[in-house]
Design a protein around this ligand. Structure first.
Ligand SMILES: Cc1ncc(COP(=O)(O)O)c(C=O)c1O
Length: 364
């Protein structure tokens, strides 16, 4: 049996009529950049997750960048972020000319280590970004408390976690700003690029709407230096269609995860520990194993495709070499980077395919 790592075609085939109609409507109205369909999607997305306000933008990276801009983070400031995340979390800090301060992860949940955050706070710290990596909420409570104590904003990177819940509440509405990505492979994915920022603070969302549109809320009046980071109408219309299915898709991911969690029984393979306050939406299903090369080879021979998220932690990327981190600076994030393997995880994966993945791993 062949189990691909991902299969976006299956989903398109299932939704083809609805998606094609949505695209045709946008074209008929030539509502291509920003506009009506973006406003509709913002309202749909906000309602679905009970977010007071949402701004649609052109990517998750822009969502994070605009979040930091609206918080007035600037050169000389420090922003504390986990080292084990996709690089875009760190780009946002670099784009506003601030310094990313990387912290380690916990050994069990692989999420941000609050004790390490505490050690790294300085008078220059101006914000925290927590990442709900792989779709599993990080422990928001202690980080929220720390943010309150220091009167600093907490930004949630929810790029991988649409619909995940922390203590029963949707992520994205718990920090000062929640940033989402709609990159095609995400749990809620566009057919191109897309992102959104959610917030309880309407002033933040208003400012982001201005910043994404060349710093303008009135045509050809530019109040501050702005950007072209609007969401496309076609992406918004597609996302409004797909939003109707996200809860079912997440439930299917959770069912596959349960199958993996109960079926994988191999002492050479470790799973991410999941506290009972964390309801993951399993954007990725990641395991660790000592000899990753042998594991990947074994899986490949059995027809099971795997991937790596992420093989190099942010603090050891060449782009951040000037910050002076070295191998050994953040040992748990480094261990994860060297030993992680992602298994196939998407709603269209069949029970038989999931069983084959399990059988393959148990034979390793
Ligand atoms: C954790 C995380 N943050 C940020 C991003 C950036 O999102 P985008 O690719 O939409 O710019 C991604 C996705 O790629 C991500 O996984």
């Amino acid at each position: 049996m062949k189990v691909p790592f991902h299969d976006l075609k299956k989903q398109y085939k299932a939704l083809k009529t609805e998606i094609d109609q949505a695209i045709a409507l946008v074209c008929a109205e030539t509502a291509f950049s920003g506009g009506h369909y973006v406003e509709l999607f913002e309202a749909d997305f906000a309602k679905h997750y009970s977010f007071p306000a949402v701004a649609g933008v052109n990517s998750g990276t822009s969502a994070l960048h605009l979040a930091l801009l609206t918080l007035d983070i600037k050169a000389g400031d420090e922003v504390i972020i986990p080292a084990n995340t996709f690089i875009a979390t760190a780009w946002a800090v670099a784009y506003v000319n601030a310094t990313p301060i990387f912290v380690d992860c916990r050994e069990d949940t692989w999420q941000i280590d609050i004790e390490d955050v505490k050690r790294k706070i300085t008078p220059k710290t101006k914000a925290f970004i927590g990442v709900h990596l792989y779709g599993q909420p990080f422990d928001l409570g202690p980080l929220q408390q720390l943010a309150q104590e220091h009167q600093l904003p907490l930004v949630e990177d929810c790029a991988q976690a649409h619909g995940a819940r922390y203590k029963g509440k949707y992520v994205g509405g718990l920090g000062e700003l929640g940033c989402f990505s709609f990159y095609p492979g995400k749990n809620l994915g566009a057919y191109g690029e897309g992102g959104a920022v959610a917030s309880n603070r309407l002033d933040h969302i208003e400012r982001i709407k201005k910043l994404r549109n060349h710093g303008s809320s009135e045509r050809y009046h530019h109040d501050e230096i702005g950007y072209n980071m609007r969401m496309d109408g076609i992406q918004a219309a597609i996302l409004s269609v797909k939003l109707k299915y996200i809860d079912d898709w997440n439930k299917r991911r959770q069912a596959i995860a349960r199958q993996y969690q109960s079926g994988i029984k191999n002492p050479k393979v470790q799973l991410q520990s999941q506290p009972d306050w964390a309801e993951s939406v399993y954007h990725l299903f990641v395991v660790t194993t000592e000899d990753r090369t042998a594991f990947i080879e074994h899986s490949k021979k059995a027809g099971v495709a795997t991937a790596l998220h992420y093989p190099i932690p942010c603090h050891l990327q060449k782009a951040f070499a000037h910050l002076g981190y070295q191998q050994g600076s953040l040992p748990k994030a480094e261990y994860l980077a060297e030993h992680c393997v992602s298994l196939p995880m998407y709603p269209e994966l069949t029970d038989e395919e999931a069983s084959w993945v399990i059988e393959t791993i148990n034979k390793y």
